[in-house]
Design a protein around this ligand. Structure first.
Ligand code: DC
Length: 222
């Protein structure tokens, strides 16, 4: 029997990553941050300075992407190595997110990265977060969640996160970035962001992180 999979999809800044990490720890399951794969792919394309309309070149890069995730025993951090180099910090910038969103709309790229994501579904189980985990990559997943929140709330969360890391941010600018990325991710032709038919939809606008985790945890344990 295949390993149980919990998919967590939703727009940018909704907190999918944090929820996914906590549930994976609780269940002792593997974790797939599919956004990190698209972000690393975008960095690989950027560093090779290739034309993003050259689909053959994109496909080749996607198929040969040398990407490894290293989980730290003593912290919640996951380091990401691309071509042997630690790109964890660069991966999380807004600029990389924007590049990833653009390149993720290309069909051949999504097809070439599909199996790499599906290979994460091994025993004892997997928590996978992204945009199309429940609709495409793990269509037969046992548990599916779709997290949402108003764009204002998500921009606020992003600002607080930046401030906690000692950075500054302008709320109107962050809001515009969040809305542009959501629009692109939900209106694209290939695997657009949308809830899977059988997903539990949780509007987190007025919920604390603990409340969201409790609801998702209940679903998996039920
Ligand atoms: O979740 P994230 O912000 O790290 O994702 C970065 C971009 O990658 C996102 O804006 C769209 C793309 N992405 C995708 O198309 N499909 C996924 N499953 C995950 C991310």
């Amino acid at each position: 029997m295949s390993a149980p999979v919990l998919t967590i999809d939703g727009p940018s800044g909704v907190g999918k990553g944090t929820v996914a990490r906590v549930i994976a720890q609780q269940q002792n399951w593997h974790l797939l941050d599919s956004g990190a794969i698209y972000r690393a792919f975008a960095l690989a394309v950027d560093s090779r300075a290739i034309d993003i309309t050259d689909e053959d070149a994109l496909e080749k890069i996607a198929q040969n992407l040398e990407l490894t995730f290293k989980t730290h025993e003593d912290s919640e951090l996951v380091s990401v190595y691309l071509d042997g180099q630690d790109v964890s910090k660069k991966l999380r910038t807004e600029q990389t997110g924007e590049m990833a969103s653009k390149i993720a709309s290309i069909g051949v790229v999504r097809a070439a990265l599909l199996k790499r994501q599906q290979d994460f579904a091994v025993s004892p189980g997997l928590v996978a977060d992204g945009r199309d985990m429940g609709t495409v990559v793990f269509k037969d997943a046992k548990f599916k969640v779709y997290l949402t929140a108003s764009s204002e709330e998500r921009a606020n969360r992003r600002l607080k996160q930046l401030q906690a890391q000692g950075h500054e941010g302008i709320i109107s600018q962050i809001l515009a970035e969040v809305e542009t990325r959501d629009k692109r991710d939900s209106s694209r032709e290939h695997s657009p962001l949308k809830p899977a038919e059988n997903a539990l939809i949780i509007d987190t606008t007025n919920l604390s992180l603990d409340e969201v985790i409790a609801q998702v945890s209940e679903l998996v344990k039920a």
